[in-house]
Design a protein around this ligand. Structure first.
Ligand SMILES: CC(C)(COP(=O)(O)OP(=O)(O)OC[C@H]1O[C@@H](n2cnc3c(N)ncnc32)[C@H](O)[C@@H]1OP(=O)(O)O)[C@@H](O)C(=O)NCCC(=O)NCCS
Length: 441
């Protein structure tokens, strides 16, 4: 295995400084519940409209919108363009969509930041949306071939002939799986394998999940999480109001979590519905500007992007360990160490993944053997990690989570008056993301 390092590590931020002005999101709703009749475009539109209102920014100021999604609609593959147009952003503002699995809105943010840093744009909205309820369901390849042949046929008889010998099983729908195309392994199976290989006990996973729910409940009750959430009157009747995440279980406990059966290895497994992030619908967006533009418009930015890094490993290896590879690079690029980090938002795909990321980051042998470094990266005090819970409790609309983490972190850094924060995300394809955000003292 090649150690990550060398040239990548010496790079520093180049170009103009990029400010995060504001961020907001829809509530996150368990799939098939509150947002079951909304598309990801509609969800994204709610987030972007609210962002513009909160920032009190005329839409004409937006140079570009970059949006991420994972399961895109074949009917509107450039979600960014559709969200921008329906949110009232002028049609003259360009729009493109990105997909980097669960780090898609992180990709949107870093693509926006790079564009601003180079001076190609001053003001960009970046974010992402996901509906895991409104997913495209396909037909089998054989049936699709028949349908294409029928559509090309010139006579009714030729059309009919395209379906000759049709078998019942060809009619079976094909739904997208959360599985690696290269290995066939699902995310949950990967998390299960990581739990076993790293010796992450069921109890430790459940304890992390409980912590996630407790903190998310506190953050909701005291208003910190609701501050970043746009209240939505849900169409078509606009009678149901969503103003908070609906996956937070205030009544869960270690006993209840311990009683849940393992899902991905029913016999010897430890990963359950309780210690996994649930399938979720939602959207999020952040407003990015060059520092100069922000000053000219009189904004006091939430913070600035200091550095970021993506890294990847072999999907057949520990699929969700990307953050353990990306964080050291982002820290180096920022010229700081893990010990300088005052607050950390880590995406919780699974408790087994979070605890595995911690284990590798805190391991000298991992640092030596996999990163080619003499010493471990280390961790910070757990009290400064996911202080309002994480994706296990709040939910995880794939394309939106990265923008949610960025907003949550910066809002809390402002409340606590902190200077340096870290966002990390693991993503399908065995990729990892890390970003250092800073506030001026
Ligand atoms: C794990 C997973 C398969 C569970 O799906 P599910 O079975 O539909 O989950 P549910 O929410 O219905 O939970 C199953 C049961 O556990 C219970 N449960 C879940 N979390 C609980 C908790 N914290 N406390 C108590 N009970 C809990 C539910 O109430 C439900 O009970 P019921 O069957 O009596 O209604 C699904 O959430 C999943 O695939 N998650 C991973 C998604 C993923 O891979 N994401 C990518 C990561 S980057």
């Amino acid at each position: 295995m090649q150690p990550i390092g060398g040239e990548q590590m010496s790079q520093v931020w180049e170009g103009r400084r990029v400010a995060v002005i504001a961020g907001c999101r829809t509530p996150f709703a368990r799939s098939g519940t509150l947002f079951r009749d909304l598309t990801s475009i509609e969800l994204g539109t709610f987030a972007v409209r609210e962002l513009l209102q909160r920032a009190e920014l005329p839409a004409a100021e937006i140079d570009e919108i970059i949006y991420g999604t994972v399961i895109s609609s074949p009917l509107a593959p450039n979600i960014s363009r559709e969200v921008g147009l329906s949110a009232g952003i002028p049609p003259t503002a360009a729009a493109y969509s990105v997909s980097r699995a669960c780090a898609s809105s992180n990709q949107a943010i870093t693509s926006a930041a790079d564009t601003i840093a180079r001076g190609y744009a001053d003001t960009i909205i970046a974010g992402g949306a996901e509906s895991l309820t409104d997913i495209p369901i396909l037909f089998s390849r054989r049936l699709r071939n028949r349908l294409v042949a029928a559509s090309r046929a010139k006579t009714p008889l030729a059309k009919l002939k395209a379906f000759a010998g049709l078998r019942l099983r060809e009619l079976a729908p094909v739904t997208p799986a959360i599985a690696e195309p290269s290995t066939g392994e699902t995310m949950g199976e990967s998390a299960e394998r990581m739990a076993k290989e790293n010796g992450i006990a069921r109890e430790a996973q459940d304890a992390w999940a409980l912590r996630s729910h407790r903190r998310a409940a506190e953050g909701t009750e005291d208003g910190r999480l609701r501050q970043e959430i746009a209240t939505i009157f849900i169409p078509p009747d606009y009678e149901t109001v969503a103003d908070r995440d609906n996956g937070i279980r205030t009544d869960t406990s270690m006993e209840k979590l311990a009683a849940l059966p393992p899902v991905f290895d029913r016999k010897d497994g430890s990963v359950t519905a309780g210690n996994s992030s649930p399938l979720t619908d939602g959207a999020a967006a952040v407003l990015l500007m060059s520092e100069e533009k922000a000053k000219a418009l009189g904004y006091e930015p939430l913070g600035y992007i200091r550095s970021y890094a993506y890294a990847a490993l072999d999907p057949a290896d520990q699929l969700l360990q990307g953050p353990a590879f990306a964080a050291p690079i982002a820290l180096d690029r920022a010229g700081i160490t893990m010990q300088d980090i005052e607050l950390w938002e880590i995406h919780e795909a699974f408790a087994a993944q979070v605890l595995s990321n911690f284990q590798w980051l805190d391991s000298d042998s991992f640092a030596r053997e996999r990163l080619g470094r003499p010493q471990k990266i280390g961790l910070i005090d757990e009290e400064r990690i996911n202080v309002m819970g994480g994706s296990i409790a709040l939910g995880h609309p794939f394309g939106a989570t990265g923008a949610r983490l960025t907003t949550t972190l910066l809002n809390e850094m402002r409340r606590r008056d902190l200077g340096l924060g870290l966002v990390t995300v693991c993503a399908a394809g065995a990729m990892g993301f890390a970003m250092i955000l800073e506030r001026d003292g």
